[in-house]
Design a protein around this ligand. Structure first.
Ligand code: ATR
Length: 282
């Protein structure tokens, strides 16, 4: 019998996950379908119950449900639990278990593109929302110990680092304070929505003091090149957009469902092709 997978979110119409996963299922010869499901907040609990009742084998969870889904699951992986967000659900012996592959997807992508080992680098994370938390905790769990967090609301940055269960040596600071000491960072990770529509021509931080040889990574992939990355490239820094993170979070979810890590290069090409028609600034 065909196995059913999917993604729930609101909105969901532009999700690139169905194309990516359906292609990957086809490649491994599995009789499966991955569908987008538009689920509003009021319907989340019913949707999860319904998916369990009809035998859905696994699904992704996207905005705005990543936190609210937690109490609706039978079990949550410890890292997802400390991050406080689930983006992947797996049916295991009839029970729904939640995982977070966003943070790990990001770290895989960073390891793939950063020249050298990431453990000894001084890292600045810009932003203190859900995405920042996943990335910070996963990096910390992988022994990246020198990490500062800069955020418009410094209190939120402090809360994020205070709640981290792994040892980190770092401070919370304003965006301006981070910009003023930017030359102390080897890796800068941008996790806010600045750079995405409607803030497409904005940057969260000035790169005037960027260290020579620094690496600037932005988790936004639409547009493929944010203003921040454009300037980083002009300053001849290494750069990375959010495509690889997106692809690796999907690949990690696919692996949890099937036991197979898919061809991420092929996934990346598919996503780029899909973005081809509608990404914002090229
Ligand atoms: P996500 O789950 O995608 O991380 P989020 O939890 O809403 O989204 O977090 C959004 C992040 O972008 C926060 O760090 C937010 O800063 P605040 O904590 O001060 O709100 C940041 N952000 C969003 N819009 C911003 C803006 N115009 N200027 C500066 N920071 C902004």
């Amino acid at each position: 019998m065909k196995k059913i997978f999917g993604v729930i979110g609101d909105p969901i119409g532009h999700s690139m996950s169905p194309a990516m996963h359906n292609d990957a299922f086809e490649r491994i010869g599995m009789d499966a379908s991955y569908l987008p499901f538009h689920v509003t907040k009021e319907n989340l609990a019913d949707a999860v119950k319904g998916m369990k009742a009809i035998g859905v084998q696994g699904f992704n969870v996207t905005i705005p449900h990543k936190t609210e889904i937690i109490p609706l699951l039978d079990e949550v992986d410890p890292l997802a639990s400390v991050i406080g967000a689930v983006n992947t659900v797996v049916r295991e012996k009839g029970r729904f278990k939640g995982y977070n592959t966003d943070g790990l997807g990001y770290v895989r992508a960073l390891r793939e593109s950063f020249p050298g080992s990431i453990e000894d680098q001084r890292v600045l994370i810009i932003g203190a929302g859900g995405a920042a938390r996943g990335i910070y905790y996963t990096l910390a769990s992988e022994k990246v110990t020198q990490m500062d967090v800069a955020n418009r609301t410094v209190d939120k940055a402090k809360q994020l680092s205070d709640a981290c269960p792994y040892p980190v040596d770092g401070v919370s600071l304003t965006l301006e304070a981070a910009a003023a000491q930017l030359e102390t960072y080897d890796i800068i990770i941008q996790t806010t929505s600045i750079g995405m529509a409607p803030a497409i021509d904005q940057k969260p931080i000035s790169l005037d003091r960027l260290k020579q040889g620094a690496f600037v990574s932005d988790i936004i992939y639409n547009p493929l090149q944010t203003e921040l990355l454009k300037e980083a490239e002009e300053r001849r820094a290494g750069t990375q957009n959010g495509i690889q993170m997106f692809v690796h979070q999907g690949a990690l979810a696919f692996e949890k469902w099937t036991g197979v890590y898919p061809d991420v290069k092929r996934m990346e090409e598919l996503v780029l092709k899909q973005l081809g028609g509608n990404y914002a600034n090229r």
